[in-house]
Design a protein around this ligand. Structure first.
Ligand code: ARG
Length: 459
């Protein structure tokens, strides 16, 4: 039975009931709904708005209901309108009139806003843990490969030499910012809207701060209209999760490339790759591809809610019920992606030799060759031009800068001497890039150390 039967002479049409109902998806907030009701009932008793004994009875019964739902003893009735209706109905079935007093000074509008905040706070913690675990996997992988020379790319063209450790740590930085964004979202999420009522507050002498305190929230909303109709905390979380998926998707794309025969920089463990039904030789990076593909779902979830929210007048409108499926899907998707990505990366075999060989081709030490001339006094533009000529010469002769004879160097620019070979040596080129944030093995170790410190501080 819905909560709003008094005014109506007919029950809701069956299909319409299904259309209107949110219990198939909001049932996952049962624990948070009950936790919120326990705090509300406790406050009602403390303020003398309902009898203390009745408040205690409500709290005890709510706790029983929570335990029974948790154990599976009490199945959730999927014909109820929503989880709030179901819990209140069950409470009243158990303790009669006392149960009917729970909803005093409350509306489902402030109730659902609270439940979703509590639920998403819990999920945010899971997300933080999963993302932190992934960052740790990345950091460990970077440690194992802090001096593995590889080509760095721009425009997917070999550009300058870097280390694999450095490349990996770029993703650690991105995910660390995601963690910071999550922490920031949580601040605005941890606000209690209870007391906003349906839209216009209530006439009862509530102690809103007390309820917030019981729930571990940091404060209460300032405006009752905003309290019930604010979904910024959902949008902020969805935006953050969309950015997480941008990062994972880029990483996935690189893993897919690195697994190809064209690169062969890494090999995924059999437990994280799949085969082809027709081509016996295939070992496919399906998991990385799925992560890349699933990013679209999460962006779609963000669009769903942005669109749902943009045109609705204050305060609550039923459109807002659409927030849940969108954000639940985004949270589930991100958790699944992160939790699969971490072991896939952890078990991947890094083929350092292949990375190094790729770095030895493509003239990725050309900038270092130009820098060599600059250190000897030539203006950078002239050095750049001379090196460009040398590269063209090498391509003509089928040589590399390492194998081009010194006589040829001197023909282009007489400043060159035999120490140029040391200056353009791949290892030296990487080692010299010691500017803070640079790819030299020494810098990568410092970057790793700083990241580990940040991870420890987050605990
Ligand atoms: N299921 C609803 C939602 O998720 C709960 C709030 C219902 N409020 C209302 N006035 N109909 O938004």
């Amino acid at each position: 039975m819905p909560l709003w039967t008094g005014r109506f002479k007919k029950t809701l049409d069956k299909k319409t009931n299904d259309f209107n109902s949110s219990i198939p998806f909001d049932c996952r907030m049962a624990e948070q709904d009950i936790r919120g009701s326990v705090a509300h009932a406790t406050m009602l008793g403390k303020q003398g708005i309902i009898d203390k004994g009745e408040s205690e009875k409500i709290v005890a019964s709510l706790k029983e209901i929570a335990a029974e739902i948790e154990s599976g003893e009490l199945p959730i009735d999927m014909t109820a309108e929503d989880i709030h209706t179901f819990v209140e109905g069950e409470l009243t079935r158990r303790i009669g009139d006392s149960g009917k007093r729970l909803h005093t000074a409350r509306s489902r509008n402030d109730q659902v806003a609270l439940d979703l905040r509590l639920y998403l706070l819990d999920e945010s913690e899971k997300l933080e843990k999963s993302i932190t675990d992934l960052v740790r996997v990345i950091v460990n992988k970077a440690k194992e490969n802090y001096d593995a020379v590889m080509p760095g790319y721009t425009h997917l063209q070999r550009a300058q030499p870097i280390t694999f450790g450095h490349h990996l740590m770029a993703y650690a930085s991105m995910l660390m910012r995601d963690l910071d964004r999550l922490s920031d979202c949580k601040k605005r999420m941890a606000v209690s809207p209870l007391g906003s009522g349906a839209l216009a507050g209530t006439t009862y002498p509530l102690d809103r701060e007390y309820v917030a305190g019981l729930l571990g929230l940091s404060g209460v909303s300032d405006n009752s209209l905003d309290g019930v109709s604010d979904r910024d905390y959902v949008l902020e979380l969805l935006s953050t999760l969309s950015i997480v998926m941008v990062h994972l998707s880029r990483f996935a794309e690189e893993i897919i490339m690195w697994c190809s025969w064209e690169f062969k920089f890494i090999e995924l463990d059999d437990a994280f790759s799949t085969g082809s039904s027709i081509m016996p030789q295939k070992k496919n990076p399906d998991i990385a591809e799925l992560v890349r593909g699933k990013s679209g779902r999460v962006f779609g979830d963000l669009m769903t809610l942005l669109t749902a929210m943009k045109g609705i007048p204050l305060a609550y409108n039923k459109d807002m019920q659409e927030d849940k499926e969108a954000v639940f899907d985004a949270v589930d998707t991100v958790l699944m992606c992160v939790d699969t990505f971490a072991p896939m990366l952890e078990t991947a075999r890094v083929l350092k030799e292949n990375m190094r060989n790729a770095a030895a081709k493509g003239f990725i030490n050309a900038t270092d060759c130009a820098d060599y001339l600059v250190y000897k006094g030539l203006p950078f533009r002239d050095a750049y031009k001379a090196t460009g000529e040398l590269v063209a010469l090498c391509i003509d002769k089928g040589l590399t800068l390492e194998t081009l004879p010194i006589a040829e160097y001197k023909k282009v620019c007489d400043i060159f001497d035999t120490d140029v070979y040391e200056a353009i040596d791949l290892d030296n080129c990487v080692k010299k890039r010691t500017v803070k944030g640079g790819p030299s093995p020494e810098c990568v170790l410092r970057e790793i150390e700083a990241m580990e410190k940040k991870l420890d501080e987050r605990k």
